[in-house]
Structures are given as C-alpha cells and as structure tokens.
Design a protein around this ligand. Structure first.
Ligand SMILES: [Zn+2]
Length: 134
C-alpha cells in the first residue's frame, strides 16, 4: 500500500534508524502523524538540536554540549581512575554500575584479538590526561 508522499518520506527516514523495521517505521510514522503540531515540531527540533549542539568532550570524548563535559567537571570523581572505552555509549552502560572514575573514549570500535595498530588511535590526549592525573 502506498501512502501520501510526505508520509512515505517519514517512513523512509525512520527506517534508517537502528533496530527499526518496516512495520515499526510505519507505526512510528502514524504515531507522529497524530501528534499535535507543536509536539511534532518539538520532536523535529530536538533531533536538530542534538545533532547540531552535541559534540565530543575535548578531554574524554563523551557526548556533551559543554566543554568539558559534566563527567570531566565533576570534582567528586576519582581522578586516579580512567576507564578507556570504545564508544560513548559504553559510558552510559558503565554509569549504571556506579563507577566513579573518569573515562577516555577511543571513538573507534576494535576487537582485542585483531592486530591493532596503535597509530590508528588518537592516544595523545589520553597520554596527556594520564600525565595530568598524577
Ligand atoms: Zn569529558
């Protein structure tokens, strides 16, 4: 079944999201279609704001809209502990464990068993942090 072009465009955009299949994309599009116009505008604006205002913290690489991020600014965190993670999303999972140290995000997925070329990683900011943690 074909929808109106703007609705098909919305379904096509939602299909680009991870874990969203055709039925879910269609269901979400129909949900969005029923939102009051102001709520639909807020949803669209929040996507744009996140995309335009969130960047990687220069110190740790976590998602932030301030420099440095809220974790790097937190004076109560243990400065002697730095957990190196592959992706920012790993921090979200680690925060749920009660970990109170700091982080360094490689922003790069890798497998430990593969041959690693460390020159592919931007490690200088990490080394600088380690030296500053003393
Ligand atoms: Zn940070």
């Amino acid at each position: 079944m074909r929808f109106a072009r703007p609705l098909e465009n919305l379904v096509d955009q939602l299909l680009k999201l991870p874990t969203i299949g055709p039925k879910t994309a269609q269901r979400l599009a129909l949900f969005i279609l029923k939102l009051p116009p102001e709520e639909a505008r807020q949803l669209a604006q929040s996507i744009l704001d996140a995309r335009e205002k969130v960047f990687s913290c220069p110190q740790c690489g976590f998602f932030t809209d301030t420099d440095p991020c809220i974790i790097c600014r937190d004076e109560n965190r243990n400065r002697q502990l730095i957990c190196v993670v592959a992706e920012s999303s790993d921090i979200i999972a680690l925060e749920r464990t009660g970990y109170q140290g700091r982080y360094y995000v490689l922003n790069r997925n890798f497998r430990l068993m593969d041959d690693l070329d460390l020159s592919d990683f931007n490690l200088q900011p990490f080394i600088n942090r380690l030296q500053g943690a003393r």
